[in-house]
Design a protein around this ligand. Structure first.
Ligand SMILES: C[S@@+](CC[C@H](N)C(=O)[O-])C[C@H]1O[C@@H](n2cnc3c(N)ncnc32)[C@H](O)[C@@H]1O
Ligand SMILES: [Zn+2]
Length: 195
């Protein structure tokens, strides 16, 4: 007698897919906690050696046009609510990743002017790697790489000794310094920028 194949219910398939997505956005090396920098942040749950792959930055794959539309909408919303604004990450010339999904733990990593992590593109994935040894309990951070043109929209509260006062890509610190000097504002940008 032929055995009848058991049909897997749609809900079970969906549940399995969601579980898979959820797992991709987690890592045993870190967890979410309240942050002194801003809102929630991500903290090391154990010692993490330099150049360790910590967690994937998961999200929705979107093209540049959709990315621009979402970025503008998020920015307008953040001006009204004062809430977090940016979850979109550059993946390639054609695509970005919108990490604004609840299972993307890495979206909660805050910016620092002296970061201990960096985002690397590995194939079609974005991975968060440690730039140096990270102690258990340390908050994870990376350089958001924001453009100097909108520095005033993004004051930095990373609290590091290196903090330049604004969330601006380290590469653009010399430009930031010039702009601050011209406007007679306090300049905390070091003369030489390391990298
Ligand atoms: C992708 S979210 C990071 C998670 C955020 N802490 C939260 O609870 O939603 C990015 C937002 O966090 C805030 N943020 C991140 N790093 C910051 C920093 N160094 N100084 C001030 N605000 C920061 C800014 O509002 C930024 O737009
Ligand atoms: Zn800072």
């Amino acid at each position: 007698m032929a055995t009848k194949k058991k049909r897997i219910p749609e809900e079970t398939i969906l549940h399995r897919k969601l579980l898979k997505l959820w797992k991709r956005g987690q890592s045993k090396l870190c967890e979410v906690r309240g942050s002194e920098i801003h809102g929630r942040g991500v903290y090391a749950t154990e010692f993490i050696p330099k150049e360790t792959q910590i967690i994937e930055y998961v999200g929705e794959l979107i093209d540049k046009k959709e990315s621009e539309r979402r970025a503008l909408a998020l920015h307008a919303k953040s001006l009204k609510t004062g809430g977090a604004a940016v979850y979109i990450f550059t993946l390639s010339k054609t695509y970005d990743i919108d990490g604004d999904v609840p299972w993307n733990t890495a979206r909660l990593i805050n910016h620092s002017c002296d970061p201990n992590c960096e985002a690397w593109i590995v194939g079609r994935k974005i991975m968060i790697y440690s730039l140096r040894d990270i102690q258990e309990g340390e908050e994870l951070s990376f350089d958001y790489g924001f453009d100097v043109d909108c520095y005033e929209d993004h004051p930095c509260r990373c609290g590091s000794d290196q903090c330049v006062g604004y969330i601006v890509s380290r590469q653009q610190w010399p430009e930031l310094k010039e702009r601050l000097e011209k406007r007679g504002k306090e300049v905390r940008v070091p003369l030489k920028t390391k990298k």
